[in-house]
Write a protein that binds this ligand. Structure first.
Ligand code: HEC
Length: 500
């Protein structure tokens, strides 16, 4: 775990997790660098000690207690800032190399934004699906493509990030805020793709309307209130995500032809998805996801997807992201078990009434889509769909995001079964997947993950516990009725994306 400080607004005390991430200390590009790192760590240690002492001074003003990491003050609502990222080269290496560093856009609007609905809300997404998708893409690109999606500097409109994505082994890195998402299987992207260990890394962005909702949940940074989601995001909410592939550039350009003429981002990540050893690598833009809370959609959300195709050779390379399609429902009656796991061509299922796929094979490279042709992107799981995973988003997470990621669930709910089809129903926006004991995070998996990360951290402070290693055997039953086992505690599922 990285060094982390937590100041309680209740007690006024700050706690520092001293377990520095090893890569911050051992990133030894040279022995000099190593010495510098030790020096930096020493300075950091001293600085943190000073902060701890300052923070525990009970005579200090409240706002002082809430001061954040080194160099930052408070957010606009007077809270200590959320950490920006969890994995990065040392500050010294970044400074010496002139690297730009990711900054969490976290000044969430305190009141409902009065900006007009985006223009594409006048386009019929079923009839003019392509025009709609390209207009959504432009809305997400404006003011962002020329600043490398450092959205806090966008001059056209405000965009925000979700807090608490820095935490845990899949946490945000510090070049572009990418989180570690899912492994990518050989031949999932193209027939010549044999590289065995690549993965998907991504960063999500939230428009002002969405930022307002994040701010409501996280008004008190030490006490997220998921119930503030109520029935969910407001009409006009736009979320988008850029996804990158971790594969060495010469291999990617040879094995995945549509990545030629690509956009490559610096990332503190790994070419071996199974490894937790991160280094400075480059990852290729491969996919863009969009989600729009649009009250014209029968269930509240429209999902859209774009795949990178360098052959388009657009002047603005970001526009090489070509439409894959969109979906607003799951065709819940359709239970045929089919997937195109190793695509040599895109197989469009014309029976689907609530998914539209781009039929233009001159622009869309062969792609696998989702389960039986529902919408999914190239680095998504071919046995799932956008809607399917996202409808499960709730706190606590009472079901896996797909039966594929939990052995017990998969045994009970195999593909095509009635149980499996629960993941392919048309759950309405803002409805908890597992009933009223759960709070829906309205299809937003980062929100579910953020609150889950916070709760895990709050309960464990990132440490391990003696009691987990010294479990007492259950006491022997004295009477027959004592044999009745207590109700099992509710299982909470990780938001994991690895097939079991
Ligand atoms: C296998 C499950 C799965 C599938 C399929 C999937 N997603 Fe996601 N998605 C996630 C998870 C988990 C997160 C949260 C963590 C992260 O950002 O990766 C997420 C995050 C996002 C975000 C950021 C906002 C949010 O909800 O947290 C967007 C936007 C998004 N996905 C859109 C899509 C679209 C569009 C598709 C289909 C093209 C899709 N997703 C398919 C699991 C999935």
């Amino acid at each position: 775990m990285p060094a982390r400080r937590y100041c309680s607004s209740l007690t006024g005390y700050c706690v520092v997790s001293m377990s520095f991430k090893p890569e911050i200390l051992t990133n030894k590009t040279s022995s000099i660098m190593h010495k510098k790192a030790i020096l930096t760590a020493g300075l950091l240690f001293t600085a943190i000690l000073v902060i701890v002492i300052a923070c525990t001074d009970s005579n200090k003003k409240d706002s002082d207690n809430k001061m954040g990491g080194t160099g930052t003050t408070t957010t606009t609502n007077g809270e200590h800032p959320f950490p920006d990222f969890g994995f990065m080269v040392s500050p010294q290496v970044a400074a010496d190399s002139g690297f730009q560093v990711f900054k969490l856009s976290q000044d969430y609007p305190a009141t409902v934004p009065t900006t007009p609905l985006p223009d594409f809300f006048t386009i019929d997404f079923k009839k003019d699906w392509r025009k709609y998708l390209l207009a959504v893409q432009q809305y997400c690109f404006e003011g962002n493509t020329d600043i490398d999606f450092r959205v806090e500097n966008n001059k056209t409109r405000n965009w925000y990030h979700m807090p608490w994505q820095h935490y845990g082994p899949n946490g945000r890195e510090g070049f572009h805020g990418l989180t570690k998402e899912a492994p990518v299987q050989p031949k999932q992207l193209a027939s010549g793709q044999t590289y065995p260990t690549s993965g998907a890394w991504a960063v999500g962005f939230f428009n002002d309307m969405a930022g307002y909702t994040i701010g409501q949940v996280w008004q008190d940074h030490d006490n997220p209130n998921v119930k503030a989601m109520g029935t969910g995001f407001k009409n006009g909410t736009v979320l988008f995500k850029l996804l990158f592939l971790s594969m060495p550039q010469p291999i990617a350009e040879q094995q995945v032809p549509f990545l030629q003429n690509g956009i490559w981002w610096d990332a503190y990540a790994t070419y071996n998805f199974g490894s937790s050893e991160r280094t400075h690598i480059k990852a290729a833009l491969i996919q863009m996801d969009v989600m729009i809370r649009d009250e014209r959609a029968p269930n509240g959300w429209v999902f859209g997807n774009f795949q990178y195709n360098g052959k388009m050779n657009k002047a603005n390379k970001w526009e090489n992201l070509v439409p894959v399609g969109l979906m607003w429902g799951q065709d819940p009656e359709n239970n045929t078990d089919f997937s195109n796991k190793q695509p040599t061509k895109t197989i469009i299922n014309t029976k689907l009434l609530e998914t539209i796929i781009n039929p233009d094979t001159t622009e869309l490279p062969p792609t696998h889509l989702g389960w039986n042709g529902r919408l999914n992107g190239p680095v998504d799981n071919p046995m799932s769909s956008c809607y399917s995973c996202h409808a499960t988003a709730e706190y606590p997470q009472g079901s896996p995001i797909s039966p594929l990621f939990d052995a017990d669930t998969l045994k009970v709910d195999p593909p095509g079964s009635a149980g499996w089809m629960r993941w392919f129903s048309n759950l309405k926006c803002g409805t908890p997947f597992d009933g009223p004991d759960y709070q829906s995070t309205d299809f937003c998996l980062q929100m579910a993950e953020a609150v889950q990360n916070f709760t895990t951290w709050k309960n464990t402070e990132g440490g391990l516990f003696y009691t987990d290693y010294n479990k007492k055997p259950a006491p022997k039953a004295m009477k027959a009725e004592d044999n009745v086992p207590p109700p099992a505690p509710k299982k909470v599922f990780p938001l994991d994306r690895r097939n079991i």
